[in-house]
Design a binder for this molecule. Structure first.
Ligand SMILES: [Zn+2]
Length: 351
């Protein structure tokens, strides 16, 4: 291409585009702004969801820590209780030795050392004999070692118990701090969740605005096809698009879905209803314009089962009617077609 020609084409294109400030381009500007807003809000939403995830993970950690500490406090208490048990026994023993020692000392003091042998022989049982004998030995030898030993052991237990109690106090402190932090995370989570809810509300509002704009676009007739199409019925296919030989060679220009009478029929994509009327062989038929010259057709319904009107906007998946047997049809089924610029085409590539 010669350079001059090229410049001429560019100039023409620029001229054309500059002389096309239609109302639609203004609408598009508004739409783009709203779309930007939506993107921003979706970014905020992602961030908030990340925050919530992290808070939940911290809560989980804190919860595990609390559980551990709880167990540690409980275990410590068991140790303390066992030391307490030991201490009680020891104290009883000490008390016993103290009493006996005291009593024996008093006796000895009163009756003199020789009287002890008589006491020993008066013992009722062997254990009393031993106990008395032991005591006598203690007293007689002036040996207070046993008593002292018991007392020292008592002291040792008290020390161990005290240490255990201190350790338990530390765990209890940890527990109190953990509980506080757990509560804080819980509050944070509540706050973040309510913030997320308000972000989602905003998102929904923006999406509703965009949907309104989209409906306006569709109603104005100048809009883009938003594919892919969905299945128009939840039923098995009984006949595909293409040539069939039975009962005689014939082109089948759509897809047949073999369902029960009354099964719902869904709009394959969003668009505007451009036809809703009886059409002899097709029975009652509905056609939806999806933009860019793409139209879908739904046949063999009964008029009373059709739930959409001509000129109505329909969402993808919206129920438009029920499966019937109206027209040239041997059994209840949906005959579904896709047209491109008024030519019936294979629906498969659009689905
Ligand atoms: Zn068919």
């Amino acid at each position: 291409m010669k350079k001059r020609n090229f410049i001429a084409i560019i100039a023409t294109v620029c001229f054309l585009s500059s002389t096309f400030p239609s109302s639609l381009s203004y609408a598009n500007e508004g739409k783009e702004k709203i779309e930007d807003e939506l993107q921003e809000i979706q970014g905020d939403k992602d961030k908030k969801q990340e925050d919530i995830k992290s808070i939940e993970s911290n809560l989980d950690k804190q919860k595990k820590q609390l559980q551990e500490t709880e167990q540690q406090i409980h275990d410590k208490q068991k140790e303390i209780d066992s030391q307490e048990e030991k201490l009680k026994k020891r104290q009883k023993q000490v008390e016993k030795y103290r009493k006996v020692l005291h009593g024996r000392l008093a006796d000895i003091y009163k009756r003199g050392e020789m009287a002890d042998l008589a006491t020993l022989l008066e013992a009722d049982s062997f254990s009393e004999f031993l106990s008395t004998y032991e005591t006598i030995l203690l007293v007689l030898d002036k040996d207070e070692n046993l008593f002292e030993k018991e007392r020292k052991q008592e002291e040792a237990i008290v020390k161990i118990k005290k240490k255990l109690e201190e350790e338990q106090t530390e765990y209890k402190k940890m527990q109190a701090e953990g509980k506080k932090s757990f509560e804080e995370y819980k509050d944070k989570l509540t706050k973040s969740k309510s913030e997320l809810a308000s972000i989602e509300k905003k998102e929904n509002n923006i999406e509703a605005d965009l949907q309104k704009i989209r409906i306006q676009e569709i109603k104005s007739g100048n809009f883009k096809f938003k594919g892919p199409m969905q299945k128009p019925a939840n039923a098995p296919i009984s006949s595909n698009y293409g040539w069939r030989t039975n009962p005689y060679p014939q082109m089948h220009a759509g897809i047949d879905y073999n369902g029960d009478t009354g099964d719902p029929i869904y709009a394959a994509a969003e668009g505007i209803v451009v036809r809703s009327e009886p059409a002899s062989g097709y029975g009652y038929v509905v056609q939806i314009d999806h933009g860019e010259g793409i139209v879908s057709l739904y046949a063999h319904m009964w008029s009373w089962d059709v739930t959409v009107k001509k000129g109505e906007y329909v969402k993808k998946g919206q129920v438009i009617g029920k499966m019937g047997n109206n027209g040239q049809s041997t059994g209840s089924h949906l005959h579904f077609e896709v047209q491109k610029n008024n030519q019936r085409v294979n629906p498969a590539p659009y689905m």
